[in-house]
Design a protein around this ligand. Structure first.
Ligand code: HEM
Length: 247
């Protein structure tokens, strides 16, 4: 009784009302308002199934992919302060980052490991979605958005591979773009568009750089936002409620 008086006093105070605009969440209406009026909570539906909240259901793989994307943007912007996308300066600038820039080696390693991690996590996330049948209606549109995200993630990885401009990068992109040229019909044209000519050179480096630092990250940001908005609009994760002890 004393506690409810205290709660009542608190939730009726002007400070509480100006901050939260709803009462203490001990009834269905105030619980809904708690979710819809909070910038972080409103990303979730008002009601979610208990099963979908268990970490073993999704392993949080989509969230981990989103966090890795954030790490890649942060470390990538730091690397851009020193990296120069020219055939004469790309390799020396990478060496400078590794050897003389404070925390340069650490930043470069974080960027590389986060990139490998993101490819792995996105594939595992896709396997999880498939395994739990979450690609079925009404989520089929989000599955298609997911496939686009997978292609963008692989594209960001591929374009980043050329940037150190060492032997490994050079030959990997030579082989990769040769493979692309075997695609029926558009293959040879695709190779030429990617390379900006007939072989890997300065024109290729600047194309890959632009794709890697601008076009793909921005497209990813846009499509990830659409993906998360769709998860929200589809009513949260696909898990259906099962009686206790069976799920
Ligand atoms: C950049 C890559 C991606 C990011 C950042 C991402 C992010 C997310 C997040 C945060 C969720 C919410 C729940 C969770 O953590 O599992 C989710 C759900 C979902 N994702 Fe992704 N995702 C990506 C790629 C993909 C791919 C490759 C597919 C499939 C081709 C996919 C299909 C789906 C579907 C269908 C859901 C709803 C799952 C459910 O209702 O249980 N996503 N995604």
């Amino acid at each position: 009784m004393a506690q409810s008086k205290l709660v009542k006093g608190l939730t009726h105070s002007r400070v509480w009302r100006s901050l939260f605009r709803h009462g203490w969440p001990d009834n269905p209406l105030d619980r809904s308002l708690t979710m819809t009026s909070n910038i972080f909570f409103h990303l979730h539906p008002v009601k979610v199934s208990r099963k979908s909240l268990r970490w073993q259901y999704s392993f949080g793989l989509g969230v981990v992919a989103t966090i890795l994307y954030g790490v890649l943007i942060f470390t990538g912007v730091l690397l851009m302060f020193y990296y120069v996308p020219s055939v004469e300066r790309a390799y020396p600038s990478m060496k400078e980052i590794q050897l003389s820039v404070p925390l340069g080696q650490f930043t470069r390693n974080m960027h590389r490991w986060a990139a490998h991690g993101m490819v792995l996590v996105v594939i595992l996330h896709m396997v999880r979605v498939f395994y739990t049948g979450a690609y079925k209606p009404p989520r089929q549109f989000n599955w298609v958005i997911g496939v686009i995200l997978l292609l963008f993630t692989l594209g960001a990885s591929f374009t980043g591979y050329l940037l150190p401009w060492d032997q490994l990068s050079f030959w990997a992109i030579t082989v990769g773009t040769n493979i692309a040229s075997y695609a029926p019909g558009a293959g040879p044209v695709m190779r030429e568009i990617l390379l900006g000519g007939t072989e890997v050179g300065q024109d290729t480096l600047i194309r890959f750089y632009t794709l890697h630092i601008a076009l793909l990250p921005l497209s990813l940001a846009l499509v990830v936002s659409l993906h998360l908005w769709r998860v929200r609009k589809d009513g949260g994760l696909a898990a259906t409620e099962v009686p206790d002890g069976e799920g």
